[in-house]
Write a protein that binds this ligand. Structure first.
Ligand code: F42
Length: 143
């Protein structure tokens, strides 16, 4: 049986705990921005461990756009590697939890459209992209 391994980052682990333990009624925004966050449960591609990652909520109809910005760090976040290998996730948006399937967006036109939605939802994504050489990966989660 897969085991849940919390994030090594305290603020992330604490947000996950508050979000889940409240049934999606608390801890659902990013710190003082008030902007909504979703919780993605995924599986480690090397360890098989259950991982839980808060991400900004970017909606495209019934789909969610997941942005691997990691504050403009030079490398893709570990969760991006996990999603490339294990695309089946569970996504919690406040009180609603749904199984979803994720794909990385490779098409330049589709990516540009989704990137515009992402920056509209969370403007710092544009600063994060300016800060790093890598192209920030964009995923779409579909029901
Ligand atoms: N990060 C974003 O990239 N985008 C966002 O929109 C975003 C919003 C956000 C909102 C609230 C909040 O609390 C955090 C937010 N974050 C956002 C940060 C996000 O939650 C992640 O912490 C961040 O993206 C870094 O992700 P990470 O997966 O690299 O996390 C590291 C710290 C981590 O957990 N490392 C684990 C560890 O033990 O070192 C490993 C995790 C792992 O998945 N390992 C895999 C395995 O098999 O288990 C292997 C992975 C591989 O490299 O192949």
């Amino acid at each position: 049986m897969a085991k849940y391994v919390p994030s090594p980052r305290d603020w992330v682990r604490e947000q996950v705990e508050l979000y889940e333990n409240s049934g999606g009624t608390k801890g659902t925004t990013l710190r003082d921005t008030g902007l909504p966050v979703v919780l993605v449960t995924h599986w480690g591609n090397k360890t098989g461990a259950i991982r839980k990652t808060p991400l900004m909520r970017v909606k495209d109809g019934n789909n969610y756009v997941l942005v691997g910005s990691q504050g403009g760090a030079p490398k893709d976040p570990a969760w991006a590697h996990n999603l490339r290998v294990n695309p089946h996730i569970e996504l919690r948006d406040e009180t609603i939890v749904r199984p979803m399937c994720v794909r990385e967006v490779k098409d330049a036109v589709e990516r540009a459209r989704l990137w515009t939605l992402a920056v509209a939802a969370y403007p710092p994504y544009a600063d994060y992209q300016a800060r790093t050489e890598r192209q920030i990966p964009v995923f779409v989660a579909e029901p």
